[in-house]
Design a binder for this molecule. Sequence first.
Ligand SMILES: NC(=O)c1ccc[n+]([C@@H]2O[C@H](COP(=O)([O-])OP(=O)(O)OC[C@H]3O[C@@H](n4cnc5c(N)ncnc54)[C@H](O)[C@@H]3O)[C@@H](O)[C@H]2O)c1
Ligand SMILES: O=c1ccn([C@@H]2O[C@H](COP(=O)(O)OP(=O)(O)O[C@H]3OC[C@@H](O)[C@H](O)[C@H]3O)[C@@H](O)[C@H]2O)c(=O)[nH]1
Length: 387
Amino acid sequence: MAARVDLDGKPIKPLTICMIGAGGFIGSHLCEKLMAETPHKVLALDVYSDKIKHLLEPAGAHPWSDRIQFHRLNIKNDSRLEGLIKMSDLTINLAAICTPADYNTRPLDTIYSNFIDALPVVKYCSENNKRLIHFSTCEVYGKTIGSFLPKDSPLRKEPEYFVLKEDESPCIFGPIEKQRWSYACAKQLIERLIYAEGAENGLEFTIVRPFNWIGPRMDFIPGIDGPSEGVPRVLACFSNNLLRHEPLKLVDGGVSQRTFVYIKDAIEAVMLMIENPARANGHIFNVGNPNNEVTVRQLAEMMTDVYSKVSGEPSLEEPTVDVSSQEFYGAGYDDSDKRIPDMTIINKQLGWDPKTSLWDLLESTLTYQHRTYAEAMKQAIAKPAAN
Ligand SMILES: NC(=O)c1ccc[n+]([C@@H]2O[C@H](COP(=O)([O-])OP(=O)(O)OC[C@H]3O[C@@H](n4cnc5c(N)ncnc54)[C@H](O)[C@@H]3O)[C@@H](O)[C@H]2O)c1
Ligand SMILES: O=c1ccn([C@@H]2O[C@H](COP(=O)(O)OP(=O)(O)O[C@H]3OC[C@@H](O)[C@H](O)[C@H]3O)[C@@H](O)[C@H]2O)c(=O)[nH]1
């Protein structure tokens, strides 16, 4: 492997990385990249390993086999955590409950997972002088300032009323009874704690705010590789509907807007943070693709077209159906109206820009979904329900 250099031309020395939540969607892509393209070593911590099985098994069979070690543990209650952080140069914390269907129905688990369970990780990094890259979320911005203006106000079109900036935008959440914001609020408080550890105790940290990263291995398909009644994030919900040839459900009219970034583009940004500590430490980074904005309805329409192309199956005459948030998520749901990341800071510090268009990233992702699940879905539908 050619010697790696950082953005300032300095050689990068091989690191040992303690990756918590390595078995999840983002963790699996980050492990893949680190194994295939770098000399770094990963201590992969998670309660699940299915999504990184291909990197771990068969034992000893891959060129990277001696550089990845899986530790099955729950960070809530495992005394091995501090030792693993101490053995590493860098800790990356991805562990979280991060599915909107949980925020209003399991608010306690959500708050514990995103704040309380992350506390020891921050403490061990700070006490042992270890660098921390912590995964927060774009949800910390909550709603845009523009959403509070009258519907017909021309100011709504002005970027200063909706573009989300790390160092300027306020965090605007709904009332406490809208438990949707339990996640965003817990993430905001852990960000503030990490920032304070940096200011008062010199913790070297980087905070990542992902803006809807999507791609293969995101979440699960209900009834195939996850619970039948489970509600994953929108990519997996719509994939499930497409695989079942049923209409895609639009919550509250599908008017909310999102920007989607391809997981492989976003992983490049994380790699730059890992390998350029002098440029990344002390910063909060938006990581998203401001060029890929759609309403949820437009996303549903595009996914329907792309899926028809990659599967060769015609789409339904009525490809979407409206559903209320009360019916879909239950009481206490609320929504972010619009999410455009400002890219100035990440661009200046790390020179990173996203590349993949929404159509292209949906084409590769839905090709993966079709190859991975279409056959299993056919069999599941054909089989009479077991009970
Ligand atoms: N995917 C996105 O677009 C997105 C957007 C915003 C924020 N994030 C943040 O990025 C991080 C990773 O997200 P993801 O999409 O990969 O989610 P994910 O659910 O696929 O991955 C999280 C992983 O953490 C593990 N985990 C959770 N609690 C744990 C515990 N107590 N002990 C050990 N392991 C535990 C889970 O088993 C899972 O494998 C999360 O912090 C999430 O809030 C992701
Ligand atoms: O079947 C569905 C699923 C979802 N939706 C809508 O699609 C939009 C996106 O929903 P997602 O499930 O992907 O989640 P959100 O974008 O709201 O939040 C996500 O953002 C960033 C991360 O922190 C988390 O991964 C998650 O909180 C929401 O407006 C939701 O109401 C539907 O209309 N139909």
